[in-house]
Design a binder for this molecule. Structure first.
Ligand SMILES: Nc1ncnc2c1ncn2[C@@H]1O[C@H](COP(=O)(O)OP(=O)(O)OP(=O)(O)O)[C@@H](O)[C@H]1O
Ligand SMILES: [Mg+2]
Length: 347
């Protein structure tokens, strides 16, 4: 039998606008605000399409204000779309909200869904009742999450006393107590230290690979993506820019090398950089070089490594210029994404 994965999300031409009131200043402005309020329309999501299949772990990324949270809110049924369709496991999220939420898990990293004054465990018990989680399932999940997310030392503390990392772990556990097949995380690692981030990544990996939970999450940390996702969707100003594998993106756009060199004895200025670029381009005729002055006599040289190796370039530089030091690094996903956001890479 063929192993065909089930499509669990289908989004078509999804749109959402926000009406923002334009307030005018001064007394005439205040009067006008009262009698003739003016509005500006912000197109937050401008017609996005995508499909998500069972068992995927998809990173949803884009610059601040790109429309990620708005999309996640529509997918989880919190916001009504203006137009387009969303089908999640046969549900239309905003219409079937009550039944729908029993099938999904949601975490908004910026805002806890737990009761501020209750001990974490009491919030969990509340969720057990709300979702009518059978006692054996609840106990099994709770025991497992307690261990995986290392929650035993704060489970009896009220949420308001928790550190951000503890609160995030409690929110993540809460979102999964009813064993949903699909979860939406909006910035689950925001503001966390490297160790806490790694713990959450490990947990996501485990739930995805072992428990077959489908994840869609937003993040600004490209390490979250590199370590957990095979697929990313990039959105920019409300439109989808890229939807595909992380590996393909890196293979296609990360085929360049970054070389940092520190130059000895002479002062590096604009003229010097021009000279450096010229001599590299004279030597390696078919290759294009991008050179950035990093100050303190450190220069960053970037080039495609398809035709040229970093050894050839460094050997040439070492012969021609007086180098104090050099360092080679591949361009990673972070660099690619930064370039995409800045418009330097057109997908
Ligand atoms: N409730 C709202 N009322 C008015 N405008 C809104 C509202 N929510 C979002 N917006 C606007 O819609 C756009 C998209 O916002 P959204 O929160 O979806 O971005 P985001 O991609 O999640 O960004 P970030 O990375 O900063 O979280 C922004 O311009 C934002 O100002
Ligand atoms: Mg957001």
């Amino acid at each position: 039998m063929k192993n065909i994965k089930e499509k669990i999300i289908e989004v078509k031409n999804l749109k959402k606008n926000f009406k923002i009131s334009k307030r005018m200043n001064g007394l005439p402005g205040h009067i006008a605000n009262l009698f003739k309020p003016k509005y500006e329309v912000k197109e937050a999501v401008k017609g996005i399409d995508f499909e998500i299949y069972e068992g995927e772990c998809v990173g949803f990324i884009g610059a601040n204000g790109a429309g990620k949270s708005t999309t996640i809110k529509m997918l989880s049924g919190i916001l009504y779309p203006d137009s387009g369709c969303i089908n999640v496991m046969g549900f239309e999220p905003h219409k079937d909200r009550k039944k729908y939420v029993a099938n999904i898990g949601v975490v908004f990293g910026q805002k806890s869904q737990l009761s501020w004054d209750l001990p974490v465990i009491d919030s969990f018990e509340l969720l057990k009742n709300i979702y009518k989680i059978p006692s054996d399932v609840y106990k099994k999940n709770l025991d497992e999450f307690m261990e995986l997310l290392d929650m035993s030392n704060f489970i009896n503390q009220p949420v308001r006393q928790l550190s951000l990392g503890q609160r995030m772990r409690a929110d993540i556990a809460a979102s999964l107590l009813h064993s949903p097949k699909l979860v939406f995380f909006d910035e689950p690692t925001i503001g966390l230290d490297v160790v806490a981030k790694e713990k959450i990544r490990e947990f996501v990996r485990y739930m995805n690979k072992e428990k077959k939970v489908t994840f869609i999450f937003t993040t600004h940390d490209m390490q979250d993506i590199a370590k957990t996702c095979e697929r990313i969707i990039i959105i920019d100003k409300g439109s989808k820019m890229y939807d595909g594998s992380v590996k393909e993106l890196v293979d296609k756009y990360g085929g360049s090398v970054k070389l940092a060199i520190e130059i000895k004895d002479v002062l590096v200025d604009e003229e010097y950089i021009k000279l450096l670029k010229q001599s590299l381009e004279n030597q390696f005729i078919d290759c294009e070089f991008t050179i950035e002055d990093k100050k303190n006599n450190i220069v960053e040289i970037m080039f495609e490594n398809k035709t040229l190796s970093s050894v050839q370039v460094t050997t040439f530089l070492a012969e021609k210029f007086t180098l104090k030091d050099f360092r080679i690094s591949d361009i990673d996903i972070e660099e690619i994404v930064r370039k995409i956001y800045e418009g330097g890479i057109t997908l």
